[in-house]
Design a protein around this ligand. Sequence first.
Ligand SMILES: [Zn+2]
Ligand SMILES: [Zn+2]
Length: 414
Amino acid sequence: MINGVKGTQDLYFPEIKAWHRIEAAARELFALYGYSEIRTPVMEHTELFVRSVGDETDIVSKEMYTFQDKKGRSLTLRPEYTAGVMRSVVENRLHDSARHSRLYYIGPQFRYERPQKGRYRQFHQIGIEALGDASPGCDFECITIGRELMRRLGIAQVEVRINSVGCPRCRPAYTEKLREALAGRSGELCQDCRRRLETNPLRVLDCKVPSCQPVLTEAPKISECLCDECAAHFEEVKNLLSEFEVPFVPWPRLVRGLDYYKKTVFEMISPLLGAQDALLGGGRYDGLLGQLGGPALPSFGWALGLERLALITPAGEEKREPEVYIAWMGGELYKPALRIASKLREKGVPVIIDGEERSVKNSMKRADRLNVKFAVIVGEDEIKAERLTVKNLESGEQFAFGVEEAASFFMSNS
Ligand SMILES: [Zn+2]
Ligand SMILES: [Zn+2]
């Protein structure tokens, strides 16, 4: 037997139902806000991620699935979606068209990480990207869309945490201040943090190691070092969220794992997940498009993890679909039974019919194993009388119906 690759999973009924529910809710909601879907390839040139995500990040330095193709080009399975979308925007000049300024995506991504519950090496995300809008209103609307999606999925316990990570004008001074403050207490920090202190001090704030927490709690806050523009932008985002009753918590240590964020960053946390991991997160990345050779358009985006969201998405009040098994007996009745099946399907009734002939007893056993609610018995008497025998397998009740009648019965009794 050949097993699936470590850190990957197969998805099928019934778990796949939650995925469908999330994807359908997302598509419907995004359309209401004028977003359209973009699908980009799962592989890109490695250089794209090095340039956009940043070579100091764990993603690029440790976690990418990078390989050479047969011509020796270095390709990478996308570890996140935004870089590919931005590459496509620049390459296809989507920024020239207003209709392409609001994009969403749904798809798999790949990172070589230690597999844990709800965390896989092939994982799936849904995300949005709003291009060309530098206003606090854009940040506010994107955050609202995320919150609204959770509400529509019936996930009541969600906390929105927001912060501003400043801009190239105000961040360097803060980074220096942070480095100085942390350097004095480097003995209390974990090994990773001591390394990050040299390479990328902001990343230290992300550390989850318990022994680092006291130092980090007392570290200087970026909100106290923002330039006037960044501070005013952040204030307005918070004003809009308050005004339109989207509850949030300012979270001064929130920096997110990627280098390209500027100004607003945010995360949504659910205690239902039991971990500190975010359910959804994103922010503003005004420089990214320019960094990839496009115009310096402002952008805002977020992504959510489907695996984790599916774990806590309630099943919902989905109507049970009519489930019907057609039991036919006698080789000459197979074709008439097929015609009945297609008539029922035309009316919208999902029907299972097998090609193998079975006795009445074995047909009922089969229906039982399929866990369907109804069996339609097609025997010689039924064909002669042009009436179907319909058996409710849960209650044992039996009815005689014409095909049309049976179809409306199934549609209303499921
Ligand atoms: Zn600034
Ligand atoms: Zn640490």
